[in-house]
Design a protein around this ligand. Structure first.
Ligand code: NAD
Length: 271
């Protein structure tokens, strides 16, 4: 495994436009369960998955009821406010500070990459700490709204401060399209990168799972190097979309790779 970590560090040091894709696996070491890993929420409770498939339809049918449910029901992922980044998140933030990682596209809604210090983050499936307008797509910090007071006063759903239409959580639900701005920029980044680090995702949720495939189908005959770091092989491993898999925990592997990148860079400063 050490050999593969050294190979990843050398590939990163050589890259000119590296990006990272992350999924729920990078946050399990912060205490947030994933969905499809061995202790995942869906793995343990398939009914919870079926319920999650109803959220978007409920919002479209009755935004007030959707908000009532969100404010009174249990949170699937626990109290995200209290969660802290782990060594995997910090390693990716360090890689951005070093100027190597140009963008990070995450499926996670937990905001932990931003808490760890990454600045160039695309929240592909939205962010649990934000609300989004259904008409003009403006995002607002959830803390700007006293949602519990709105509920007590019968004022749900919250309304957009820009255009007055209804706000939903910024989190993208099943059957809900990915917001166009994020979808387009993510696609552009995947097309542009010459290295993609794919961390802690089963890569089965589309259209996100298309991004590694886009990085591998570059025009001009140049393909990105695709490195997977995951606890178990995925469809990217099996379909040979990734060049290699470093199997194990992101919180242990990523810091070692970044340490090795720093060591190489002392000998050969980065562009
Ligand atoms: P997933 O649950 O489908 O897959 C997670 C993968 O990570 C699995 O292959 C698992 O074996 C692996 N894994 C678990 N812990 C790991 C670790 N410490 N190191 C390396 N690998 C590890 O997750 P997904 O592919 O991200 O898709 C799930 C969807 O659910 C996403 O759309 C995401 O938005 C959402 N989700 C988000 C969070 C979060 O914000 N933290 C948590 C759960 C689910």
């Amino acid at each position: 495994m050490m050999d593969l970590m050294k190979r990843a560090a050398a590939d990163l040091a050589k890259s000119t436009y590296a990006i990272a894709l992350t999924g729920a696996g990078i946050s399990t070491e912060s205490g947030i369960p994933d969905f499809r890993g061995p202790s995942g929420i869906w793995t343990k409770d398939p009914e919870a998955e079926k319920r999650a498939y109803q959220s978007y339809a409920k919002f479209q049918r009755n935004p007030k009821e959707y908000w009532e449910d969100r404010l009174t029901g249990p949170s699937l992922l626990g109290d995200l406010d209290k969660m802290a980044p782990n060594s995997g998140h910090y390693a990716l933030a360090e890689l951005e500070r070093m100027g190597i990682l140009k963008y990070l596209i995450t499926q996670n809604i937990d905001g932990l990459h931003q808490k760890a210090g990454n600045k160039r983050v695309l929240d592909y499936h939205g962010n649990a700490f934000k609300l989004r307008c259904v008409s003009c797509s403006a995002r607002f910090e959830a803390r700007e709204f006293d949602l519990r007071r709105l509920r007590m006063e019968g004022q749900l759903p919250p309304l957009c401060q820009r255009c007055g239409d209804v706000l939903k959580s910024d989190v993208v639900h099943f059957h809900e399209p990915i917001p166009a701005d994020v979808a387009q920029q993510s696609l552009a980044e995947a097309g542009k990168c010459d290295l993609m680090l794919v961390c802690g995702t089963s890569a089965v949720v589309y259209p996100f799972a298309m991004l590694p495939r886009v990085a591998k189908q570059r025009q001009l005959g140049k393909e990105a190097v695709l490195i997977e770091i995951n606890a178990e092989p995925t469809s990217l491993t099996e379909g040979k979309v990734s060049d290699y898999l470093i199997q194990g925990k992101t919180g242990q592997i990523l810091p070692k790779i970044v340490e090795e990148v720093s060591r190489i860079s002392e000998r050969q400063p980065f562009k």
